[in-house]
Design a protein around this ligand. Structure first.
Ligand code: TXA
Ligand code: MG
Length: 350
């Protein structure tokens, strides 16, 4: 297995170390690589056999499609067709960046990539390592988040080493990822943007470029059995620690504090071992309680950057319950609440 350390880039020529990784992709191998959102588990997106290895390594259901990552706009024409003005406008505004758009796919894209659909998700990441890797590979790179299916996504190599290192041909360490939650996934239907998965690119930002988007009801709502979904990823368990989690939220901050307090006391009375994931001021406020506290930070950017590492850490204490403080769904808060609700299997106290 090849290991490429790019945690300390001093010079643009350092990116030349990625040539071997590009070769591995070309030859049908699997590469763990950083993006600005989360780590990806990448393979040649035009090579059916290589893409199958991704599903196998993650234990991912074959009907859950993968995103193709491109290094430049020329690669787009190879894989997608019938692109509308509004779609171009969105790509211009948010690429390179944490933004994925679902487009009609060309025949060259194997149906394993699209999970049998006639569309494909495309993203140009805003991370030099990722884009240089794709350039060296010379093909669009299919990559889901680097984690075993259902588990929190990987945002640094340490978190995912145990899960995935024996299943890949190359690991590129680029340090902790900057954003920490996956890209915003959208699809444009009849000129209207639908948000299928919220991310760093917010409703507010999309509104400025393409009018008010529709946030798919499954972003914050639980899926009923048998419902038809716009994105197969909505159907599956996601981001979940092994420990049971419960989300506590109220828009009134004082009420929220009281709710957290009551929840802690209720479970302590039953002698439960508890972990509390909360914002900095509450980490201080609850410090004398008999709970293990994980400080999620102060700002939405800080919370999102650490969210998956925090969930993994919370899980490592083998507690009976993880109590998690929620946030408002404004801006990046929508992406955070989408991940937390799913981590908690929609178990929420309001
Ligand atoms: O930030 C990200 O997007 C990361 C990095 C590695 O780029 N990738 C990522 O991939 O999060 P993944 O596979 O974990 O999530 C992709 C989501 C899934 O929920 C999938 O169902 C949805 O996008 N998706 C992909 N292609 C689709 C398509 N053609 N139609 C509808 N949904 C699609
Ligand atoms: Mg994922």
């Amino acid at each position: 297995m090849e290991f490429i350390d790019l945690t300390n880039i001093k010079n643009v020529t350092d990116y030349n170390k990625l040539e071997v990784a590009g070769e591995i992709i070309k030859k049908g191998g699997l590469v763990l690589f950083p993006t600005e959102t989360v780590y990806g588990l990448g393979a040649n997106g035009l090579d059916e056999e290589a893409v199958k290895k991704i599903y196998k390594a993650k234990g991912r259901s074959s009907d859950n499609p993968l995103i193709l990552h491109i290094s430049d706009i020329e690669m787009l024409g190879q894989i997608a067709k019938d692109i509308s003005d509004i779609e171009f406008k969105l790509m211009n505004a948010f690429w390179p960046g944490p933004f994925t758009i679902i487009l009609n796919k060309k025949d060259i894209v194997p149906s394993v990539v699209s999970g049998g659909l006639d569309t494909v998700g495309v993203r140009m990441p805003d991370n030099e390592i990722a884009r240089n890797l794709i350039k060296f590979a010379g093909v669009p790179v299919a990559a889901p988040s680097a984690n075993i299916s259902g588990r929190p996504s990987g945002t640094n190599i340490k978190d995912i080493y145990q899960e995935l290192s024996d299943k890949v041909d190359c690991i590129i360490d680029g340090g902790s990822t900057k954003i920490g939650v996956e890209s915003t996934v959208v699809r444009v239907i009849d000129g209207v943007v639908h948000i299928l998965r919220p991310g760093k690119i917010t409703v507010e930002q999309i509104t400025e470029v393409a009018g008010t988007p529709i946030v798919d009801k499954h972003v914050l709502g639980k899926l009923d059995d048998g419902t038809k979904v716009m994105s197969p990823g909505m159907k599956y368990k996601h981001y979940a620690p092994k420990t049971r989690c419960i989300l506590v939220y109220n828009e009134n901050y004082e009420i929220l504090k009281d709710k957290i307090d009551e929840t802690i006391d209720k479970y302590l009375r039953d002698n439960k071992k508890l972990v509390l994931m909360c914002l900095s001021d509450n980490a201080d406020y609850f410090k004398d309680k008999n709970v293990t506290i994980i400080n999620m930070g102060n700002s939405l950017d800080e919370i999102s950057k650490n969210i998956f590492t925090d969930l993994r850490k919370a899980d490592s204490f083998n507690a009976d319950l993880i109590i998690i403080q929620g946030v408002s769904t404004k801006g990046l808060g929508l992406a955070i609440m989408n991940r937390l609700l799913r981590a908690c299997n929609y178990n929420i106290i309001k």
